[in-house]
Ligand binder design. Structure first.
Ligand code: ATP
Ligand code: PRP
Length: 294
């Protein structure tokens, strides 16, 4: 197909998927592979092979993905919530993957942080809109200084204060900055363009993709626990299992006991396993599911 033919066509039925190039890439590729949709990409090649038919995938910087979804030239894609807010994009959020969590913060050297309101300041950031909103909310007398990375090194000579993202907070600390305000939190999310959702043939495929991605996120938050228990202790053990619906119970061959199986929240395992033992459960096996579709 020629480049001209690839331009936007209202009759197309291929799904245009945008995959993030850069720090989000590994997490998103792992998520898709776990959902049974491996992505294959060659070195320096930005059009990866995607395992679903009739999907045209491109590898793009997340900021470009947000703009393309907003304009409708891409149908569905992964990006950070921070850039959706920064670009004021009108997108539909489909799944919060919880991957790559960051805080967008205002930060300054401690001596400046204590008196931000008391003088005109310069605020350096890559996030122009979020910074302008913060300046207005705080009623600061401030001038915006555009940065293109390495923002933490601007103060005190080239800016008084910064707005940037922080994950571990190490870069802020090493550069002697303290957090003044938290503007928002952000994670990697799956978004759709409104135009694509208005087209029934694309909408169904976007819903299917969403279901598969969600199933992996759900599966990561749970584990399967399987155990054996005598008839007399069965109710006491089942009562402490926080299942999706009800535990599956099957009689053991010959001895009157039962096998119990349930998908429980992973975070509750440290409470559940000792409690199961204390109530007479034995032969406890815990394993991870690959996908869960409620
Ligand atoms: N530790 C982190 N530092 C910076 N951005 C992060 C971090 N963790 C997650 N992100 C998110 O990654 C997205 C930006 O991805 P990108 O690959 O462009 O990162 P980058 O470090 O800014 O890349 P580059 O410096 O190569 O332009 C943003 O949505 C941001 O919130
Ligand atoms: O809180 P931390 O764990 O230290 O991570 C946050 C830092 O990492 C990123 O910088 P990056 O390395 O991408 O360089 P950049 O500033 O040039 O984008 C981001 O812009 C912050 O500076």
């Amino acid at each position: 197909m020629s480049i001209a033919d690839r331009a936007d066509r209202s009759d197309r039925n291929e799904l245009r998927l945008a995959l993030p190039k850069g720090r989000m890439q590994d997490g998103v590729f792992k998520l898709l592979a776990d959902a049974g949709m491996p992505v294959r990409v060659g070195p320096r090649a930005y059009r990866p092979a995607f395992s679903l038919p009739n999907v045209e995938a491109k590898l793009l910087k997340p900021q470009s993905i947000v703009e393309m979804l907003h304009n409708g030239s891409r149908d569905v894609g992964f990006a950070g919530a921070d850039w959706v807010a920064e670009l004021g994009a009108d997108l539909v959020e489909l799944v919060d993957t919880g991957c790559d969590p960051v805080r967008v913060v205002a930060a300054a050297p401690p001596e400046i942080a204590a008196k931000l309101e008391s003088r005109p300041i310069r605020v350096a950031s890559e996030y122009e809109r979020l910074t302008a909103q913060w300046i207005q909310r705080r009623g600061l007398d401030a001038r915006f200084v555009r940065s293109f990375g390495a923002t933490e090194v601007f103060p005190p000579e080239d800016a008084d204060c910064i707005v940037d993202n922080a994950a571990s907070g190490a870069t802020l600390a090493v550069n002697g900055l303290v957090v003044v305000d938290e503007l928002m939190t952000s994670t990697t999310r799956l978004y759709a363009s409104r135009a694509a959702l208005d087209r029934p043939e694309l909408r169904t495929r976007i819903e299917d993709l969403t279901l598969l991605v969600r199933s992996v996120i759900e599966a990561r938050s749970r584990v399967m626990i399987e155990l054996n228990v005598a008839a007399g202790e069965l109710e006491a053990v089942v009562a402490i299992l926080p299942c999706m619906r009800e535990a599956t119970i099957a009689p053991l061959h010959g001895n009157g006991g039962f096998s119990v199986r349930a998908a429980v929240p992973r975070a509750e395992l440290p409470r559940i396993v000792p409690a199961v033992k204390a109530r007479g459960g034995t032969d406890v096996v815990v394993f991870s599911p690959a996908q869960i579709v409620p």
